[in-house]
Unconditional design. Structure first.
Length: 701
C-alpha cells in the first residue's frame, strides 16, 4: 500500500487515513488513490471489519485531485479517482467519511461516494473545479444533485464556492456534525451507526429533486451564465451535467460528465486557470527570503493621508481587525477622509453585505490623528500623501524621528523612487513600498516594492501583511511604475498611437473586450480619470526627447475639460447617471485632426493588429522587466495583470498568453512592428533569446 495512505483496523472498523500533506491531494501517479482502493478492498474482504471509515490527516480531509498532475500523461496501471468512486458504489459494508478542514473537488466527490458523511465544525465543503476551468469529474455533478436537489447543487457547482459544515448539514450533504477529537468522535459515530443497523445509502441510487420550474429553470440559468461568464466554457458544461443528473439515469449522467470533463481538461482556458492557481501561491515565495524568516508582528498600524488611497488602505486594516490611526494635515482633511470611509461602509451595509454592528466595530478600530507623536506605537506606517518627492521626503524624516525602532515604514507611491525616500531615514532597511491599487479596499493586488536596502524581515513582513489583508502580494523591484504601471504605460501609449494611425476608441475597446478584458483602455481611462496622467505628462514634458514619438490626443481631450466619467465626457460622452460610453463625433474630429498634425495618413487597422499591438507591448515590456530582475518570475507578472488590471483570467496573464501563442510567433510580430514603428518596438533581448531557444517565459510545471 502507498505510504500516502494508512490502513488499520479499530475494533470492527477499517480506518483509512489519507496522508499526503499539505492538503491530501488525491494523487494518482504516486499511488494515493490506488492505496485507498486497495485499503477499501482489504477491509471489504476482512470478515472482522463491519464498516469503513475514511478520513484525512493534517489540516484537510482533501483538497481534491492533485492539480499538479493535470496535463501529464495518465499512469496506466494505477487506479484513478473515477475507478475509486465507482468501486465504492459496489461496497456493501457501510462506508463513512469523516471530514475536517477543506473537502474540495475530488475530495468531496470521494466523500459523496461514501454512504454517510460526518463533518467537524469549520470544514469547508465545495466543488471548486469550475474555478480551474473544469467540472467535477468524479461523479460530483451526478451525486450532489441527487443529495441536495438540482437548484442547490447547480449553485454550488457553477460558483465553485464552498459551504460551511452547518450549511452542508442543512442542505443534506453532511449527515451529522462531529464535536471534539476527529478520530475518536468519528469512530464513535461509525460504531453507533453499526449498533443502529444503519443501511447502506448510496448517493447514486437517489433521485435528484428537480427545480420547481422544471426545464425552464435550466434555460434561464443557461442564458444568465452565458451572459455573465463570457469566455468561460466550464460553467455551461457544469449546468449541462446537473441537468443530466435530473434527466438521465446515473450511469448515463456519469458518462455525460466524463465526456464534458475531457473537453474542458484539454481546453486552453483550463490550462490558463490552473496556471493562475499555482502562480498565485508561487507569488508568495521570495527566492532569497526563506519562508521561516520572522515577520514583524503587526498589531497596530497607521496610514498617512486620508485621501483616495489612504482611506481605502485604512479600511483594509480595520477589516482585518487591526487598529489603525490616520494622520492628516488638518482636522478638515481628516473629517473629509473619514466621512468617505463611513460612506463606503454604509454602502456595503445598505447592500446587505455587512451588518451595522460590524461596520461600527470596524469604524471603532479607526482613529484620526494630527500629530506624529501619536504614531509612536505603530508597528507599521503606510504613507499615502501627495505624489510629490519633497513632501514624501519631509514625511519620512518625520516618521524616522517619531516611529519606534522596529516599525516598518512603507510608501504607497506609484511613481517615485523608493530608495530615495528610504534614504531620508536612518533605517532604510525598514523601508519598503506597498503599492495598493484603487479602490484600495477592493482591489486584491498589492505590489510589495523591495528597496535596495529593505531587509529580509521587512520584505517578509510586507508579504505576510498582504495575506493578513487578504491581498495577493507580489514582490517587485524599484523602477518607474514598478511592474503593473510600467507595463500599462506601454499599453496605453500604443493604444493612443492606434488612434493616431486610423482607429477610434470604440474599435480599440471592442477588440480588447472581445479578447476578454472587462473594459478596453479608453473606457478604463474615462473611468480612472484622465487628468492624473495629464499632470504627470506635463511634469515629464521637459525631459522627453524631442525626437520621440508622442501622441497629443489625451492632452487635447484634457484641455477641453474632458477628464472622463467624472466630468461627463472623456474619450466618450456620458449621459447623466449612466456609465455607458457613447462614441462622440467631437472626439472623432479631434483624433483626425491629431493625425493630420502628426502627418499621418489614416488607414484601416485590422482587429488583429490592434490586439497584437496592445498585447505585445505588454509582453515585450514584461520581458524587459523580467530580465532586469524587477519581477522574480514571469508568473508574478501574470498575477499582477490578472489581479490588478483586469487581464482575462482565462487567458492566464500576458506572459502565459505569449507562451500559449508561442514565443517565435510573438517575436516575429514584434520584429515586424519594430521595422514599421521604430524604437518602442525594440524586441526585449529575453524574448529574442527564449524564442530562439524554443523556451517559454513560464517554464512548464
Ligand atoms: N492539488 C495539488 N496541490 C494542491 C491542491 C490540489 N488539489 N490544493 C492545494 N494544493 C497545494 C497548493 O498549491 C499549495 O502548495 P504550496 O504550499 O507548494 O504553494 C498547498 O497545497 C497549500 O495550498 P493553499 O496555500 O491554497 O492552502 P490553504 O490552506 O489556504 O487552502 C485549499 C487549502 C482550500 C484546499 C486550497 O488549496 C484549494 O482551494 N485548493 C484547490 C481545490 C481545488 O480546486 N480542488 C479541485 C481539484 S480538481 C478535481 O478535484 C478534479 C476532480 O473533480 C476529478
Ligand atoms: P489624494 O490627493 O487623494 O490624497 C492625499 C492625501 O494626503 C490628502 O488628503 C492630503 O491632505 C494628505 N496629505 C498631504 N500631505 C500630507 C502630509 N504631509 N501629512 C499628512 N497628510 C498629507 O491622493 P491619492 O490618490 O490618495 O494618492 C496618495 C498616494 O498614493 C500617492 O503617492 C499616489 O501616487 C499613490 N497612489 C495613488 C493611486 C490612485 O489611484 N489614486 C493608486 C496607487 C497609489
Amino acid at each position: 500500500m502507498s505510504e500516502l495512505v494508512q490502513y488499520r483496523r479499530d475494533g470492527h472498523v477499517g480506518v483509512i487515513s489519507l496522508n499526503n500533506p499539505p492538503v491530501n491531494a488525491l494523487n494518482v501517479s504516486r499511488g494515493l488513490v490506488q492505496g485507498v482502493l486497495d485499503a477499501v478492498k482489504e477491509a471489504e474482504h476482512d470478515p472482522a471489519v463491519r464498516a469503513l471509515l475514511i478520513l484525512g490527516t493534517g489540516k484537510a480531509f482533501s483538497g481534491g485531485a492533485d492539480i499538479a498532475e493535470f496535463g501529464r500523461p495518465p499512469v496506466a496501471d494505477r487506479a484513478n479517482l473515477r475507478d475509486l468512486v465507482a468501486y465504492l458504489d459496489t461496497v456493501s459494508k457501510l462506508v463513512v467519511a469523516a471530514i475536517h478542514g477543506p473537502a474540495m473537488g475530488g475530495g468531496l466527490e470521494l466523500a459523496l461516494a461514501c454512504h454517510y458523511r460526518a463533518a467537524q465544525t469549520g470544514a469547508q465543503l465545495g466543488l471548486p473545479e469550475v474555478k480551474l476551468g473544469l467540472l467535477p469529474g468524479a461523479g460530483g455533478t451526478q451525486r450532489l444533485p441527487r443529495l441536495i436537489g438540482a437548484v442547490n447543487a447547480l449553485g454550488m457547482i457553477v460558483t465553485g464556492d464552498p459551504v460551511s459544515t452547518e450549511r452542508a448539514l442543512e442542505l443534506g450533504i453532511v449527515d451529522e456534525i462531529l464535536e471534539g477529537d476527529l478520530l475518536k468522535t468519528a469512530l464513535a459515530c461509525v460504531n453507533r451507526l453499526l449498533r443502529e443497523g444503519r443501511a447502506v445509502r448510496r448517493s447514486s441510487s437517489l433521485v435528484a429533486t428537480p427545480a420547481p420550474e422544471g426545464a425552464a429553470f435550466f434555460a434561464a440559468e443557461r442564458a444568465r451564465i452565458a451572459r455573465d461568464q463570457r469566455g468561460y466554457p466550464a460553467p455551461l458544461a457544469c449546468l449541462d451535467c446537473v441537468q443530466a443528473a435530473v434527466e438521465l439515469p446515473f450511469s448515463k449522467g456519469v458518462q455525460r460528465e466524463r465526456e464534458l470533463f475531457q473537453g474542458l481538461h484539454a481546453s486552453s482556458e483550463s490550462s490558463a486557470l490552473i496556471h493562475v492557481f499555482f502562480s498565485e501561491r508561487q507569488a508568495a515565495k521570495v527566492a532569497d527570503v526563506p519562508e521561516d524568516t520572522p515577520a514583524s508582528p503587526i498589531r497596530s498600524a497607521a496610514v498617512l493621508g486620508a485621501g483616495t488611497m489612504g482611506g481605502g488602505i485604512a479600511m483594509n486594516f480595520a477589516n482585518a481587525g487591526i487598529p489603525v490611526r490616520i494622520l492628516e494635515q488638518n482636522q478638515e482633511g481628516l473629517d473629509r477622509g473619514l466621512a468617505v470611509v463611513r460612506k463606503n461602509y454604509a454602502a456595503t451595509v445598505a447592500k446587505g453585505r455587512l451588518s451595522q454592528a460590524e461596520m461600527d466595530r470596524r469604524l471603532g478600530l479607526m482613529s484620526g490623528i494630527l500629530d506624529y507623536k501619536d504614531l509612536a506605537d505603530a508597528d507599521i506606517v503606510i504613507e499615502a500623501v501627495f505624489e510629490d518627492m519633497a513632501v514624501k521626503k519631509q514625511v519620512f524624516q518625520a516618521l524616522d524621528a517619531h516611529c519606534k525602532p522596529g516599525a516598518v515604514l512603507a510608501t504607497n507611491t506609484s511613481t517615485l523612487d523608493v530608495d530615495e525616500i528610504a534614504a531620508m531615514t536612518r533605517r532604510p532597511e525598514a523601508v519598503l513600498g506597498l503599492h495598493f491599487f484603487s479602490p484600495a479596499n477592493v482591489m486584491r493586488l498589492l505590489e510589495v516594492v523591495r528597496g535596495g536596502a529593505s531587509s529580509a524581515q521587512t520584505i517578509a513582513t510586507g508579504m505576510k501583511l498582504a495575506r493578513t489583508l487578504k491581498k495577493v502580494g507580489v514582490l517587485v523591484g524599484v523602477c518607474d511604475g514598478f511592474v503593473g504601471n510600467r507595463m500599462v504605460h506601454a499599453y496605453f501609449r500604443e493604444a493612443a498611437f492606434l488612434l493616431e494611425e486610423g482607429a477610434l476608441p470604440q474599435q480599440v475597446d471592442r477588440v480588447l473586450e472581445t479578447f476578454g478584458f472587462a473594459m478596453g483602455p479608453f473606457r478604463v481611462g474615462d473611468l480612472a480619470g484622465l487628468d492624473v496622467g495629464w499632470y504627470i505628462r506635463k511634469r515629464q514634458a521637459a525631459t522627453r526627447p524631442a525626437n520621440q514619438r508622442y501622441s497629443v490626443i489625451a492632452d487635447r481631450i484634457c484641455e477641453r475639460g474632458r477628464y472622463g466619467q467624472k466630468t461627463g465626457a472623456g474619450y466618450y460622452r456620458y449621459e447623466a447617471g449612466n456609465r455607458n460610453p457613447i462614441p462622440d463625433p467631437e472626439i472623432e474630429a479631434l483624433i483626425i485632426e491629431a493625425s493630420q498634425d502628426a502627418g499621418i495618413a489614416r488607414r484601416e487597422i485590422s482587429d488583429e493588429e490592434i490586439l497584437q499591438r496592445c498585447l505585445y507591448q505588454l509582453v515585450n515590456e514584461g520581458a524587459k522587466i523580467l530580465e532586469e530582475g524587477i519581477a522574480q518570475r514571469a508568473s508574478d507578472i501574470d498575477i499582477v495583470y490578472v489581479f490588478g488590471y483586469g487581464f482575462p483570467r482565462f487567458r492566464g496573464g500576458p506572459m502565459f498568453h505569449a507562451d500559449t501563442v508561442g514565443l517565435p510567433e510573438v517575436l516575429a510580430v514584434v520584429e515586424r512592428f519594430h521595422a514599421a514603428q521604430g524604437e518602442f518596438w525594440t524586441p526585449a533581448p529575453l524574448l529574442r533569446r527564449l524564442a530562439q531557444e524554443g523556451g517559454r517565459f513560464n517554464p512548464r510545471g
